[in-house]
Design a protein around this ligand. Structure first.
Ligand SMILES: Cc1ncc(COP(=O)(O)O)c(C=O)c1O
Length: 479
């Protein structure tokens, strides 16, 4: 089909399109002669060709703008367009990071506001904005734990406790930071087994990494007990804030005893997550750890904003000052939402997840029957006799223009289907999703091959996912 062709294939000599924003003459003057090329093999197409090409390519992709995207653990909520517009304001976009501080007061103010808002929401004293992703925030947090013990002359603390249900980045970050990882087991209710935690606590433990709600979508109700145990033992508590969404306006990690947190603001506060970025994983700390934050942090001095390097800072962890554009969206999201509406985010996210849980439990195997928080985990289809796997269910969903939920994570559930509807989806969308999943459960009994061969309607059919990830074909042709 003509519109399936790539732009290089429809090129015809002499066809042109114009973009008034690109001033070729000025570019030619600005660029030294030896860097200019006249024989580029570019497609020759009209503006209409270009518009159709990119529109058609974009439709081959799946995004939260196109359909429901219930990824568990990844909070793929709709990100209001106003936040993108704010991040595109000329004054922000065109500001060079080396602009003198005096001429950057507006940007520093925004960074300071992001710090203050995140601190208030999480119950921390100060937030550093440098990390570029959740996993980066984890690493920085662990370096802070390490340096804290070193400054206290406590060099034997070489171990970090991580639950068996943790996101893979947690043990990975702990290892990269040079710690030995010890696993704490979950109990039959999907929560950290506190008795096991007591058994593995020694004076070599530097701290524990937890998410709350945890990765099976359950609130760790023994968190105060755990925090007491860790603190009495001389360790610190690290909060992986990827799951903060359901707590917004309701609970603060600081009140649960956490000493260090990171947030995935690219999930919770309005930057589309996925596709590898852009992200930000700001790290917040309690007062006692303020001096260890990576520099620079923004402080207010009278009416002026300035960069400061904390006394025991673990140092710089990236170029310049973090992913500034992401923080513009964070501040814009929080200001347009308003403080009083924050808790509605958490309430609706929890309500939506429980609606899915109750509506699907007759067809899909519920792992933990108690009320969930923002996400619910099923262990595949309830009726296992059909041989249909979670992977088949996920692939079939694509035929209904629904992105599959997270599958085969967390590892503690073997056929995991992990769904996080988020607060931004309507009842009609959830009802459609439930109807589709019920139809799939019926197909598993009546026509299982349709599931084994799915997807049927996507531009490419079932892929070898390992090869697709390891050897992606990124070029249209070998140039
Ligand atoms: C629970 C949890 N922790 C940490 C991360 C890592 O965050 P990032 O992908 O920004 O590195 C994720 C990512 O999805 C997560 O779900």
């Amino acid at each position: 089909m003509l519109y399936d062709k790539l732009i290089f294939e429809i090129s015809q000599k002499g066809r042109i399109a114009h973009d008034l924003k690109v001033e070729t003459n000025n570019l030619k003057k600005a660029l030294p002669k030896h860097l200019q090329r006249n024989n580029l093999d570019l497609p020759e197409v009209t503006e209409l060709d270009v518009v159709r090409h990119y529109t058609n390519v974009s439709l081959k992709n799946f995004s939260v703008d196109k359909g429901f995207y219930p990824l568990g653990s990844c909070t793929m909520k709709y990100n209001p367009k106003i936040n993108e517009q704010m991040a595109n304001l000329e004054g922000f976009v065109n500001q060079h990071p080396l602009t003198p501080i005096k001429a950057s007061q507006g940007s520093l103010k925004l960074m300071y506001e992001a710090d203050r808002m995140i601190s208030e929401i999480t119950g921390m004293d100060k937030v550093g904005l440098a990390p570029f992703a959740g996993a980066h925030g984890e690493l920085i947090g662990l370096y802070i734990i390490k340096k804290y013990h070193e400054v206290n002359g406590d060099f034997k603390r070489t171990k970090i406790i991580v639950p068996d249900s943790a996101h893979g980045t947690n043990p990975a970050s702990a290892s990269v930071a040079g710690f030995e990882v010890i696993e704490v087991k979950s109990n039959e209710n999907g929560l950290v087994n506190v008795e096991h935690l007591k058994e593995i606590l020694t004076d070599e433990v530097a701290g524990i990494m937890l998410t709350n709600p945890n990765t099976v979508g359950l609130f760790e109700k023994d968190i105060l007990k755990m925090s007491e145990l860790i603190h009495e033992n001389g360790g610190l508590l690290y909060y992986d804030g990827a799951n903060l969404n359901p707590l917004l306006g309701k609970g603060k990690p600081g009140m649960m005893g956490f000493d260090i947190i990171h947030l995935n603001v690219h999930k919770t506060f309005s930057t589309p997550h996925g596709g590898g970025g852009p992200g930000a994983g700001p790290v917040g700390v309690v007062k006692e750890l303020r001096d260890f934050l990576p520099g620079p942090i923004v402080e207010k001095d009278g009416n002026e904003y300035k960069f400061v390097y904390p006394k025991h800072s673990i140092g710089r962890v990236g170029n310049f000052y973090g992913n500034f554009g992401v923080y513009i969206k964070t501040v814009s999201y929080l200001k347009t939402l308003g403080k009083n509406n924050l808790e509605k985010v958490g309430q609706l996210a929890v309500l939506n997840a429980n609606y899915l849980k109750e509506s699907l439990k007759d067809d899909y195997k519920l792992v933990y029957p108690q009320a969930c928080m923002h996400e619910v985990v099923f262990d595949g289809l309830k009726d296992k006799s059909t041989g249909i796997k979670t992977l088949d269910v996920a692939k079939r969903l694509l035929d209904f223009n629904v992105h599959p939920p997270t599958i085969y994570f967390p590892l503690v559930v073997s056929e995991a289907l992990m769904m996080e509807p988020t607060e931004t989806e309507s009842k009609e969308t959830l009802d459609h999703y439930i109807k589709v999943l019920k139809q799939i459960a019926k197909e598993a009994k009546e026509n299982p091959d349709i599931l084994r061969e799915a997807p049927h309607t996507t531009p490419v059919r079932r892929l070898d996912e390992v090869t697709a990830a390891r050897e992606p074909k990124l070029k249209f042709k070998d140039l």
